[in-house]
Design a protein around this ligand. Structure first.
Ligand code: ZN
Length: 298
């Protein structure tokens, strides 16, 4: 992570580690960066000019046992994915390095708990498929990502990918539309930066030279340094490749087990749709070329 992002992460984790869960500064599980417009108001401009706020990414905090406390009081600790028992499972801090995740218009990061199983002498984290699969529906629905080996992507984006695939839009088309959303956010941030810089210069011209000249000089030095979309030391924008989306789609649709049949066998989404097709009246499905009825069913 970048320095400013690293500072944001460390400050967040300090709160997470020292305060009870109900005091964590999260909205929908995400810690959001400070608002640039509010931070750079006239008072803020006089003290510093920090375009780095515009580079910061959201961080998702995943601590499933907190949600277990709310929804499954009798099973407060998650099960070890190896021995399937919770008696000897203990919390063991947090993962050291957050995972990068793909959001609607930017990348973000996700951090989760680590656990030890004293029976199996293993440790595992909250992103482990064996943990995610055991969660009650209400908790698993709260978790917003499909996790891959080193990163993750919003479930809502994978559902968009599913819609677009079923409607004949390939991975290239999906990536292009996602890139457009990410670039829109980048350009809005860039414009906000230069508009604020212009306001700062105007204020400097109207204010005390002794106070404002230093600020102005720093700001002008910073001019033209907002950086490009992919500049790893600044905005650090990123949209995964077509092959990444193909891999996610293959795992999501064909490989990941999502439903237990009456015979106790876990099946993929592909098989689930096939079984549903056999059970739902053909009249209902006629004309539903986009499979939306099935989407509503599952
Ligand atoms: Zn175990």
């Amino acid at each position: 992570m970048l320095n400013s992002q690293d500072e944001f992460f460390k400050a967040l984790m300090e709160i997470i580690k020292t305060k009870p869960a109900h005091e964590w500064p999260l909205s929908g599980g995400f810690a959001c960066p400070p608002d640039f417009v509010c931070a750079m108001g006239h008072t803020g401009l006089g003290k510093s000019f920090k375009p780095s706020i515009l580079y910061l990414k959201k961080i998702f905090v995943w601590s499933p046992e907190v949600l277990f406390d709310l929804h499954s009081p009798k099973d407060k600790m998650i099960l070890c994915p190896n021995c399937n028992r919770h008696e000897d499972v203990r919390r063991n801090g947090w993962i050291d390095e957050p995972r990068q995740v793909v959001l609607e218009d930017d990348i973000g990061y996700a951090v989760c708990r680590r656990y030890d199983c004293n029976t199996c002498k293993i440790d595992f984290n909250g992103f482990t498929p064996g943990v995610l699969m055991q969660l009650p529906f209400v908790v698993s629905e709260y978790f917003p990502f499909i996790m891959t080996h080193k990163s993750g992507i919003l479930k809502s984006l994978v559902r968009d990918l599913e819609d677009q695939s079923l409607n004949g839009v390939g991975m290239a088309g999906f990536r292009k539309s996602l890139m457009q959303k990410h670039l829109d956010k980048f350009h809005r941030s860039e414009m906000l930066y230069y508009a604020t810089l212009k306001s700062l210069i105007t204020l400097c011209e109207e204010g005390s030279p002794l106070v404002w000249n230093t600020v102005l000089r720093n700001a002008i030095n910073a001019k033209n340094q907002f950086g490009s979309f992919g500049d790893p030391s600044r905005y650090n924008g990123f949209v995964p490749s077509e092959s990444y989306f193909t891999k996610v789609w293959t795992e999501y649709f064909y490989e990941r087990k999502v439903m237990k049949t009456e015979s106790g066998v876990w099946v993929s989404r592909e098989t689930m749709y096939h079984l549903a097709n056999q059970q739902i009246n053909g009249n209902i499905l006629s004309g539903d070329a986009s499979h939306k009825v099935l989407h509503y069913c599952f």
